[in-house]
Design a protein around this ligand. Sequence first.
Ligand SMILES: [Fe+2]
Ligand SMILES: [Fe+2]
Length: 194
Amino acid sequence: MAISAPAPKDEAKPFLSDIQTLREKARQHLAEGAITPAYAGDIEKTIQILQTVLATEIVCVLRYTMHSISATGLSSESVKKEFSKHAKEEMGHVYAVAERINQLGGQPNFNPEGLAMRSASQYAEGVNLVDQIRENLIAERIAVEHYRELIRYFGNDDTTTRVMLESILNVEEEHANDMHDLLVAHEGRPMLEH
Ligand SMILES: [Fe+2]
Ligand SMILES: [Fe+2]
């Protein structure tokens, strides 16, 4: 029986520091908090991107909250409940993103001035129930597209930010799906064809 050649070394395997090196590195640059030398991202740019995400989430909280209170018409009660649930989930995203900005050494921007400009999604009041559902679906689709791009952008350079955005994206996709289903239920047809 022929002796099989040893398996080729996986050249792509990332380098692992030994524990002693990790301990020594951790003692340096303590002022940088959670940012350690292995952080491969551009911190300033990451914070700047996350300020946009934060603004997007705040605008989503405001829009869903407003809709949850002002929605009128037949069967609006169940839709109001859905809007309200989404508003709370968007608030959870606000906290997660703001915490991450803080971890990176930035100051989360909650300034109402310029908020709509910083946000990717828009604050649309909607003239009736169907219009409100449609506006939320559009906003969710903007968020989904934006976060997908950001997840690709962060890749392995900032895994914590990427994983956070992945979990947010997961919820935004559910939100978009909920809004799509509500739109179909209230209009009898999807407004946004694939
Ligand atoms: Fe969100
Ligand atoms: Fe959402």
